[in-house]
Design a protein around this ligand. Structure first.
Ligand SMILES: Cc1ncc(COP(=O)(O)O)c(C=O)c1O
Length: 363
């Protein structure tokens, strides 16, 4: 990742926006927040959008708005950042982990039905690494069983499953503007994309202590507001996200063209998916050794989700054992993120591929 290179061309506009915020003294939930809520809404089929403090709060608030509470079960993927599962547990509900698909590493829709019980309330598919989850099948299973669907779109703004844009398919979707995300801010920020105006009104109350008017408090909510500095940055970045995503796809193509596939298993796209490569995760059986050798060679190579959620100590009480979710465990054991950002050059890609070749020879 090279965050500063990404926003360098926008630095002047960012400086001006920050100066304006200081001049006007409007810091929280001001005109820039309203502007970005409107702009993302226009982009996502006019679904009402509500800015919040981060992508984790977006999930927590989305689940509360859907009525998830103690004793409920929520089906999700074990191969995700902890926040997805944490948001479920935060409400006293139980995350029910279902294995992922071999291609794309998103929730496997064929395995959901058998894990549904009378306590199941919702499903959270995660568009992991920028690859859209198989939403059509997940939505069908959800509709047949009366379940809500929360899309965790923290890593996949601009990705699509066929003609369906990520963020427009579930009852509600969540976005993170964490600075390393493909749709970044310059600090913590997030958004809830709501399927209807009633949900949006609830989310709006919940982000401000469960109140509509700051006088009357109708629910136990949160202090989870998007601030103007983040909104200013995200407003500036939104028109560039598609271009950045195109560049990410170009980099992925370069990796393929440069022969990276001789050395490691490359990420694939399920038919019809527009992967936006938030992360470029390859696989190799000697992953840790490969990572160490690449790092020694000065190449950024990082393991994400090396311990899947069902094996995390916090969920030990749920009774999962190694081998229960084999596809996720295989990804966790073998997945390695290689350099990926919109400013990578073809030369740098060739350099990474050469380094991977050298490393694999030494393993
Ligand atoms: C899949 C996923 N969900 C949720 C989050 C939480 O977002 P945030 O860091 O903005 O709280 C992240 C990012 O960290 C993520 O990758």
């Amino acid at each position: 990742m090279d965050i500063r290179a990404q926003y360098a061309p926008l630095r002047g506009a960012l400086d001006a926006a920050l100066a304006d915020i200081l001049d006007t003294g409007t810091f929280i939930l001001g005109p820039r927040v309203r502007a970005i809520e409107e702009a993302v809404s226009v982009r996502l089929g006019n679904r009402p959008c509500v800015g919040v403090a981060n992508g984790t709060d977006a999930l927590v608030i989305a689940l509360q708005a859907l009525g998830v509470g103690p004793g409920d079960e929520v089906i999700t993927t074990p191969y995700t950042f902890y926040a997805t599962a944490e948001a479920i547990a935060r409400h006293g509900a139980t995350p029910v982990f279902v294995d992922v698909e071999p291609v794309g590493a998103c929730l496997n829709p064929d395995l959901i039905e058998e894990r549904i019980t009378e306590r199941t309330k919702a499903i959270i598919p995660v568009h992991i690494f920028g690859h859209a989850a198989p939403m059509t099948s997940i939505l069908t299973t959800a509709a047949e069983n009366g379940l809500s669907v929360v899309e965790d779109a923290a890593q996949a703004f601009g990705s699509a499953d066929g003609e369906w844009a990520v963020g427009t398919m579930g009852d509600i979707a969540t976005i993170s503007f964490f600075p390393t995300k493909n749709f970044p801010g310059i600090g913590d920020g997030g958004m809830v994309v709501c399927g209807d105006s009633d949900l949006a009104a609830t989310v709006r109350r919940l982000r401000f202590h469960g109140s509509e008017d700051k006088q009357t408090f109708t629910e136990v909510g949160y202090n989870s507001r998007l601030d103007e500095i983040q909104a200013a940055a995200v407003n500036l970045f939104l028109p560039h996200v598609d271009g950045w995503n195109d560049r990410r796809r170009q980099v992925a193509e370069w990796y393929r063209d440069a022969g990276l596939g001789q050395y490691v298993t490359l990420p694939e796209e399920r038919d019809g998916v527009r992967h936006i490569y938030h992360l470029y995760v390859v696989r190799h059986p000697e992953r840790d050794r490969l990572r160490d050798l690449l790092q020694q060679d000065g190449i950024g190579a990082v393991v994400y989700y090396g311990t899947p959620m069902h094996m995390q100590p916090v969920f030990a009480g749920l009774g999962y054992a190694a081998g229960d979710l084999p596809v996720a465990e295989e990804w966790a054991r073998t997945g390695l993120a290689l350099p990926m950002h919109p400013n990578l050059t073809r030369e740098q890609v060739d350099e990474v591929v050469a380094a991977v070749g050298r490393a694999v020879e030494r393993i």
